[in-house]
Design a binder for this molecule. Structure first.
Ligand code: AMP
Length: 419
């Protein structure tokens, strides 16, 4: 199926083309028509399935069509509640990307930073508000936010809201929403408390579930290298001596880190380029083309820059630094092992990253094997990351692509868990 077959408006199709999206993912294919039909939705999907676009695209389309009916109304019409600042920012970026030709305005609010820029943006008027619960309640109490015209409400990652202790805040926000509204509820798992919450929010919802990405990662060969931070560069050069690594996508957490790693590789005689947000679109495109044609062997990227990169036949992903959000690990390694090809994901872990590794183990419900046979092995208190993980049998479904299999029916029991 193509996006053109989903009855989307031209300004959105044009933006999707720019993003390089051609085919909707299963959650998008199923959810977009339901949402455009103005029905409530219960979606069992986690990050990595394309769920953000599954709700952002139809919301933009609905608001775009309504805008033409009542021009000049700058009240907030859609509220998206999400548990973390990172997710809020990512959702905001998605609205920017898919909505750039629609004139629909949005802003993102989250705690831990000054509220000034956020309240300034709210004063200007926005159609869509993306928020974490605490800051939203705070700004509601200060009368910067009014929710009486919300017609579209999204609760994103409901189970994580529960894990993070936000459920009470979420309920408070919901009690302030108009009862006549369309609601979309997303959760990776459905423990009883979340089911109950969904029942109170949704009216006759359509149910959609997609296979969680964790089953995808099972077909990727993963390993961990414990290494001192200062030795990571040498370890990378050492590993890249292996000619079996035809191309590798190396992830760093920061733009500066990406530049540094690519420079170090060049010095060691390995053809590498960095791609990140500080580079022009042209420079990024060029680097990507060189990488796809295998002229560049190693592409060093930050997570944001790597969004949307889809390289066929990518054999190796190397995590030079572990991400602090475990789903990002799944995203990163999901770029290899596509289309039935085997994929290899190597991750470096220094002593400050042990906690991140522990979170990854919880998310993927298994322990990643440790490679000790390398010149920079560091003895680590690895038990901290390997304890407490109840290893589940790997879900070997033979699937190798994220987004591959979707089911129309609610699958009932959770298949993966954040805990
Ligand atoms: P999400 O699950 O919303 O976090 O999305 C996961 C990643 O998939 C993001 O990097 C999106 O940019 C990307 N993505 C979402 N939909 C599509 C699509 N239809 N085609 C290609 N990439 C997509």
């Amino acid at each position: 199926m193509l996006f053109e077959q989903l009855n989307l408006i031209e300004p959105i199709l044009k933006a999707l083309k720019t993003e390089g999206y051609t085919q909707p993912t299963p959650i998008q294919e199923q959810a977009i028509p339901i949402i455009l039909d103005r029905k409530d939705l219960l979606g069992c999907a986690q990050t990595g399935t394309g769920k953000t676009a599954a709700f952002a695209i139809p919301i933009l389309q609905i608001l775009y069509n309504e805008k033409n009916k009542i021009p000049g109304n700058r009240a907030i019409k859609s509220l998206i509640l999400t548990p973390t600042r990172e997710l809020a920012i990512q959702i905001g970026e998605s609205f920017t990307a898919y909505g750039k030709h629609t004139g629909i305005r949005h802003t993102v609010i989250f705690g831990g930073v000054s509220q000034k820029a956020q309240t300034d943006a709210l004063r200007m008027g926005v159609d869509v508000l993306i928020a974490t619960p605490g800051r939203l309640l705070d700004l509601m109490n200060q009368k910067f936010v009014h929710l009486h015209q919300i017609s579209l409400f999204v609760l994103d990652e409901a189970d994580r809201m529960l894990d993070m202790g936000f459920i009470h805040d979420v309920k408070k926000v919901i009690s302030k929403l108009p009862t006549r509204r369309q609601s979309l509820f997303f959760s990776a798992t459905m423990p009883p408390e979340i089911s109950k919450l969904a029942d109170t929010i949704l009216v006759n919802p359509e149910k959609v579930a997609v296979t969680p990405v964790s089953s995808t990662v099972d077909v990727i060969e993963q390993s961990i290298y414990f290494v001192d931070k200062k030795d990571k560069k040498s370890l990378l050069v050492h590993l890249l001596q292996d000619k079996a690594i035809v191309t590798a996508l190396v992830f760093t957490r920061t733009k500066h880190g990406a530049d540094k790693v690519s420079k170090d590789l060049l010095k060691a005689g390995i053809k590498a380029e960095a791609i990140h947000g500080n580079k022009s679109q042209n420079a990024r495109q060029r680097a990507l083309t060189n990488f796809k044609s295998k002229e560049t062997r190693v592409l060093v990227a930050t997570d944001i820059a790597a969004r949307g990169i889809d390289v066929e036949e990518l054999s190796h992903v190397i995590n030079f630094e572990l991400p602090n959000v475990p789903e990002t690990y799944v995203h990163r390694i999901g770029r290899t092992g596509r289309a039935g090809l085997s994929g290899v994901a190597l991750s470096f872990c220094d002593d400050e990253e042990i906690a991140f590794l522990k979170d990854i183990h919880k998310l993927i419900s298994k322990n990643i094997k440790v490679v000790e046979d390398h010149p920079y092995h560091m003895v680590m208190p690895e038990k901290a990351a390997y304890r407490d993980v109840k290893s589940k049998p790997a879900n070997r479904t033979g699937q190798s692509r994220p987004f591959q299999r979707a089911e129309r029916k609610w699958i009932g029991k959770p298949r993966t868990s954040h805990n």
